[in-house]
Design a protein around this ligand. Structure first.
Ligand code: BGC
Length: 747
């Protein structure tokens, strides 16, 4: 859905004056020199926020809870606030009299995005979020977050709308590339680390889109039905872990409804789960167009309306003032909204280390490109490698590179998270004219990276003419076909097939030369009907600013492919809980979807439960070396459950092992036979071995009890399964656990 369509419902009458934001505070001039006790950095963020809220007028309090879009919208007769940054996502006025800085907001999770513009900011992009999850490497996630947060800060932004952790329940979801895959522990950990990296730059990050915003079809209205226990054990657990790991200053509530109520006015999601049960002390901002009321939204936990004029009405402007004056929203609640916003601003350094405008010329792009490349190198998943076709043989004399603009660059995902490359568009005029277009390729050429690493003659063909591509393939020693699936915000895939006749291209090339390697640049899972006739397959996701180099290094064996799937690749749509995406042809205004079908059995858990064999399982990924595992034992120490074992690189090249530990109750009774309990990613030289200790979060051994809001571990035997993927166990040990009850935060 385009931004225009998204807001088509906004009536002209809803355009109110922006007078509130422009209002001078009473006594503004007189107070300029007054002492500012909240400036004392030795006080806690809470104390400072308290002091500040007490000094604010009603008009000032209202300013902080109302955000603007940072981009002109002529179709709404809207001009961005003059102090906002051009073509940015959002802006909130500060209060100069009290030293409260403006908030300048930018998307998103892979870097500093720009709304569609003739002169976009040109910045570094990380590989897609799902790619970073495929690294299974929290340190890389932190480093990537720190890098994009640095670019945000140096671009003049102090709030980054990053940290997408909606679970991949729906492989057709057009935004899966922004998220962390299907498992709450993996997604929550990786996204949480990214958030921590972003905030290490003294700016705020969000985590989004809270919650169950797992498909784009009818995203503004779809009603997700899910029971509390299933919710807390799946999508909500991913958010809970991301928040515990990353401590984001803000949570962005998503567009959809949950159990009949819009997320941004859901007492259950906002007041009960987030703020009370989890003790979240930051603020909740709405997604752009995600606020639907004044009084219910304010009283049910929304702290800041975002992106005026996206909503039908400016609910948190004059209407909120009236609601407070008339007592429908208590003044204590408005104080709480401001307290939460200011607390996060203090906590994350927005007062003590303020952004000082645009210093983008000082960004160290070379270093940042290396950070993005390092991420991609560990994100690439080797799905197939028959007869050791990879790494490319030094004896190959003629290598064909075919398709997907691999001569000039690598693809990225579309929508509000779109980062634009330095040096402009290497592939202009592809993809839709409107949102979520354009289709953007980053100028990191796989062809050049391959050619630089081989003595072979490397020839490129664009793959448009199947006969010509097949001819080149037949005349080559090895063929590398690149295939893309462009996905973007607001658009779900109709199925999981590669678009634009690429399956036929791959089949034709493989028929001409079975020594064919397929490199996929996709937003998520796709079908590979030609898998049996090609020699090797790499999933490279959206590879980011250093993606061409990373692909070249993996193909030639300079670096071992060490990515593992963070989401199941289904063999067909029939295997999914919803073979047909809900709401596709529903124009009722109240489309709905039933997550209780699978409950918490998301992804591999569903496949396990139903005994289905996927195309490629969760956790799967091959390597150029071999790892052997031994000595698995389970133990407990002070309530923590451990799995210990040794891993050895028994092959002949250096590589990264990713041993995974799944947990499973002997007596059953969970949503699915097993859950991921933990993992380690470690670098091993050939012949080297290491002792590994994986600690398992006790919540992953428990069942959530909604009545008492506790996690209950039942007494009994539990299997700890050491595995190389969800479908490849290598060793199992059984431990006995006593009954135990943990509070709602898992303590
Ligand atoms: C997206 C958010 C984004 C916001 C601001 C919305 O359409 O869902 O992820 O942060 O726009 O651009």
């Amino acid at each position: 859905m385009s931004r225009t369509t998204k807001h088509a419902l906004l009536s002209a009458t809803a355009l109110v004056s922006l007078s509130l934001a422009m209002l001078a505070a009473p006594g503004a001039a007189a107070a300029a020199d007054a002492p500012q006790p909240w400036a004392d950095a030795s006080l806690s963020a809470d104390q400072r926020a308290d002091l500040l809220v007490k000094s604010m007028t009603l008009a000032e309090k209202l300013k902080l809870v109302f955000g603007y879009f940072g981009t002109d919208a002529s179709y709404k007769n809207f001009q961005r606030p003059p102090a906002s940054l051009a073509y940015s996502a959002g802006f909130i006025y500060g209060v100069p009299r009290l030293g409260i800085p403006n908030q300048w907001e930018t998307d998103a999770g892979v870097g500093v995005a720009t709304q569609r513009s003739p002169t976009p900011r040109e910045r570094t992009t990380l590989p897609s979020g799902v790619a970073t999850a495929a690294t299974w490497n929290p340190d890389l996630a932190f480093a990537g977050g720190a890098m994009i947060g640095n670019e945000a800060r140096l671009s003049g932004f102090n709030v980054q709308l990053a940290g997408g952790v909606d679970l991949q329940r729906e492989p057709r979801n057009g935004r899966n590339f922004e998220y962390g895959g299907e498992d709450p522990l993996l997604a929550g950990t990786i996204v949480g680390k990214e958030i921590a990296g972003i905030q290490s730059n003294h700016i705020i990050s969000t985590v989004k889109h809270y919650a169950f915003n797992d498909q784009e079809t009818n995203r503004n209205s779809i009603d997700v039905k899910i029971g509390d226990q299933a919710a807390r054990t799946s999508d909500l657990l991913a958010f809970q872990i991301a928040i515990e790991t990353g401590h984001p200053g803000s949570v962005m509530c998503g567009y959809n409804r949950t159990n009949g109520v819009y997320n941004c006015e859901s007492d259950y999601l906002l007041n009960q789960v987030l703020k009370t049960d989890w003790g979240f002390q930051g603020y909740v901002m709405s997604d752009w167009g995600g606020t639907h009321s004044t009084i219910p939204a304010a009283n049910n936990g929304l702290d800041q309306e975002s992106g005026f004029p996206f909503d039908l009405s400016p609910y948190f402007s004059d209407a909120l003032k009236e609601a407070v004056q008339d007592g429908y929203v208590g003044s204590a609640r408005l104080d709480d909204m401001d307290h939460r916003i200011l607390r996060s601003m203090f906590e994350n350094g927005l007062f003590d280390d303020p952004v000082t405008g645009d210093h983008a010329t000082t960004i160290d792009y070379d270093a940042h490109q290396k950070t993005a490349q390092a991420d991609e190198e560990q994100a690439i998943v080797l799905l197939k490698n028959t007869g050791d076709l990879l790494p490319l043989s030094a004896h190959a004399q003629r290598i064909a590179v075919i398709g997907a603009h691999a001569d000039v660059g690598v693809l990225s995902g579309g929508g509000s998270s779109q980062v634009y490359p330095r040096g402009g568009m290497v592939v202009p005029n592809e993809g839709p004219d409107g949102f979520p277009g354009p289709m953007v390729y980053f100028p990191s050429s796989p062809l050049k990276a391959i050619a630089a690493r081989t003595k072979a003659a490397v020839t490129y063909d664009n793959g448009k003419d199947l006969a010509a591509a097949a001819k080149l393939a037949a005349d080559s020693d090895v063929v590398i076909v690149f295939a893309t699936q462009w996905t973007g915000e607001g658009l779900d895939m109709k199925d999981l097939s590669l678009p634009n006749n690429q399956d036929a291209l791959i089949a034709a090339v493989a028929k001409a030369n079975p020594k064919t390697v397929v490199v996929l640049e996709t937003g998520g899972p796709v079908l590979t009907p030609w898998a049996g006739s090609v020699g090797a397959i790499l999933e490279a996701w959206y590879p980011g600013s250093g993606g061409g180099e990373a692909i070249g290094r993996v193909l030639t064996g300079e670096v071992d492919p060490s990515g593992h799937l963070p989401a199941t690749f289904p063999a067909s749509l029939d295997q999914l809980p919803r073979p047909v995406l809900d709401g596709v042809d529903d124009h009722s205004g109240h489309p709905h979807t039933d997550y209780d079908i699978e409950g918490a059995a998301v992804g591999y858990k569903w496949f396990d439960l139903k005994g289905l064999k996927p195309l490629y399982p969760f956790g799967y990924g091959l390597s150029y070396t071999h790892f052997s595992y031994a000595g698995l034992s389970g133990g407990q120490d002070g309530g923590r459950i451990h799995a210990q074992f040794t891993v050895r690189n028994s092959g002949s090249v250096e590589g990264w092992a990713t041993p995974q530990v799944y947990v499973s109750p002997a007596a059953g009774g969970w949503e699915a036979p097993k859950r991921l309990g933990g993992w380690k990613k470690l670098d091993l030289a050939p012949g080297a071995s290491a002792s590994v200790d994986v600690t398992i979060d006790p919540r992953l051994l428990a069942v959530f009890d909604s009545a008492s809001k506790t996690w209950k571990i039942a007494e009994g035997d539990y299997r700890l399964i050491l595995a190389q993927s969800a479908a490849d166990p290598v060793q199992t040990v059984t431990i006995h656990l006593g009954a135990r009850t943990l509070d709602v935060r898992g303590r």
